[in-house]
Design a protein around this ligand. Structure first.
Ligand SMILES: C[S@@+](CC[C@H](N)C(=O)[O-])C[C@H]1O[C@@H](n2cnc3c(N)ncnc32)[C@H](O)[C@@H]1O
Length: 232
């Protein structure tokens, strides 16, 4: 698929991605609550960065990536000096070494890719996560009102008015994550995206620890706690 950066830049310039949220999303609250000490978070497709700023406010070290330089410029202008913003296309390799993040987070940014590219992105997410670390994602589901509208690209993937969407249902997400992650939550629900009725698939998963290796047992955690401001 052609480089999508100009397309997204134009949407942001035309204000057609209308996230102006000042409060963190539910997914960000859940992802932050999985960390019981300050950690390293990578966000993929951060847009205007409201969730990235929340992770930073919680005391985490945040790398927020997006394919759109325009979105990143707006994110920077909205504050969050503690966030490192990086222009990156997640369909290429992620801009990080192996096993350095405690959370990889993606809200409404993973549902643009063909099946083979989706699997490649998931394997990159797996590579940059520490063993046992969290992958949190929200994508459009096959129950979304826009499902099957426009020109079909492949199974569950359509282009409508130039906008590509791969609608992802829980069984598909379970299948493509199964080789790499242990799923902790996988659900489908209806809601609102940027002011439009939508339907979502939500995933909370952990990078599978190497079996038999040190620390391969699943740790039992106290209920999640989040940090505000920096902590020692
Ligand atoms: C619907 S917006 C969601 C933005 C933000 N996560 C939110 O929840 O408001 C999708 C975002 O994914 C970004 N994106 C799309 N394709 C991408 C890619 N291949 N690599 C990185 N970011 C991408 C877009 O630029 C856009 O900011």
């Amino acid at each position: 698929m052609a480089n999508q950066a100009p397309y997204w830049d134009e949407l942001y310039r035309a204000r057609r991605v209308t996230t102006s949220a000042t409060t963190p999303s539910d997914l960000a609250l859940t992802a932050a609550a999985t960390l019981d000490r300050p950690g390293r978070v990578m966000e993929l497709g951060c847009g205007r960065g409201h969730d990235a700023r929340y992770f930073a406010e919680c005391g985490h070290s945040v790398v927020a990536t997006d394919i759109s330089p325009v979105a990143l410029r707006e994110a920077k202008s909205l504050g969050g000096d503690a966030v490192t913003y990086v222009a990156a296309d997640m369909t290429s390799s992620l801009p990080a070494g192996d096993e350095c993040f405690d959370v990889v987070y993606s809200r409404l940014s993973l549902h643009y890719f063909t099946d083979d590219v989706t699997r490649r992105v998931l394997s990159e997410i797996h590579r940059v996560l520490k063993p046992g670390a969290v992958f949190a994602a929200l994508v459009k589901s096959t129950k979304d009102p826009l499902y099957a509208r426009g020109i079909r690209v492949e199974r569950d993937m359509y282009v409508l008015d130039g906008h590509v969407r791969h609608f992802i249902d829980p069984p598909y997400l379970r299948e493509v994550t199964a080789p790499l992650f242990d799923v902790e939550e996988l659900s489908q629900y209806d809601g609102d995206a940027f002011g439009f009725p939508s339907s979502f698939t939500r995933l909370i998963a952990r990078k599978r620890r190497p079996s038999g290796g040190p620390g391969s047992e699943r740790s039992v955690r106290a209920p999640g706690r989040t940090w505000r401001g920096s902590s020692a």
